[in-house]
Ligand binder design. Structure first.
Ligand SMILES: Nc1nc2c(ncn2[C@@H]2O[C@H](COP(=O)(O)OP(=O)(O)OP(=O)(O)O)[C@@H](O)[C@H]2O)c(=O)[nH]1
Ligand SMILES: [Mg+2]
Length: 239
């Protein structure tokens, strides 16, 4: 696997403190990987920090977007950029340490035999360590609901810590992925399975962020109920 070109895509919006800390950890966890930060012109200067760090670190790259357009659009832009640059193995990873760099090696071991590897909180060995009962219940229940409606054998459809082979991202019509947030995570995994690619889950420990603020908006519960239906039966399901 050593000849493969590897990149970790990290979307950021106001992650000044986290980005300083996480980039060196990713680079040392995967000594042959590059890091692409996709920043939506964060007002807190995250982009400038990355630009400064990249001056002395050739493995760190920055893609700056004009304004905040959400996680899904940032990832699509990042994925396309990485495909253009010829990367073979493409990770997606949050900047807030809910996705821990120490798991990166586990993904690498698994991607040798699969097309997409998902970090899962809901298989044996996985966990959310800081959530109260309410959030745990909503996330687990939401995943069970989505899995049932989508009809896919995946325990964690919203975790968002993933490792892709380039062939999968090339096969998916990324421009037709309209979804943001959790729906983006679900839709990408659903389409991957529908296209016949091999998907595996590995356990991850998912702590809450300790620095910076969550970009998750409240009041998405009712909206979320319709998402799996739209993904499964919508016009883009096979694209
Ligand atoms: N480029 C970009 N990154 C974003 C945007 N929204 C969120 N992010 C990043 O996406 C990652 C996940 O965002 P979080 O705010 O942690 O959202 P979350 O993990 O769903 O919610 P929490 O569990 O509350 O942390 C972080 O690295 C954010 O900085 C956006 O609009 N543009
Ligand atoms: Mg988070």
């Amino acid at each position: 696997m050593s000849e493969k070109r590897i990149v970790v895509v990290v979307p950021t919006y106001n992650e000044a403190q986290n980005v300083r800390n996480i980039v060196p950890q990713i680079l040392s966890a995967l000594p042959s990987a590059d890091v692409l930060v996709v920043d939506d012109s964060s007002p807190d200067g995250t982009g400038q920090i990355v630009a400064e760090m990249s001056a002395s670190e050739p493995r760190l790259k920055l893609l700056t977007r004009k304004g905040k357009e959400g996680l899904g659009k940032a990832y699509v832009a990042g994925f396309k950029h990485c495909l253009d640059l010829g990367y073979d193995i493409i990770f997606q990873m949050d900047c807030d340490f809910s996705h821990q760099p120490s798991h990166l090696k586990d993904f690498m071991a698994k991607i040798a035999d699969y097309d997409l590897v998902l970090g899962s909180r809901y298989i044996p060995g996985g966990a959310t360590t800081d959530w109260g009962f309410h959030r745990k219940f909503l996330s687990r229940g939401g995943n069970l609901y989505a899995r049932t409606i989508l009809g896919v054998p995946v325990s964690d459809l919203t975790g968002g810590f993933k490792c892709w082979r380039r062939e999968v991202l090339l096969a998916i019509d990324l421009d037709s992925i309209a979804a943001a947030g959790y729906a983006f995570q679900m839709e990408m995994t659903f389409r991957t399975i529908k296209k016949g690619f091999k998907v595996a889950e590995i356990p991850i420990i998912f702590p809450d962020r300790t620095q910076g603020e969550s970009k998750l908006v409240g009041g998405i519960f009712w909206e979320s109920l319709g998402i799996p239906w739209r993904i499964r039966f919508g016009k883009n399901r096979a694209r």
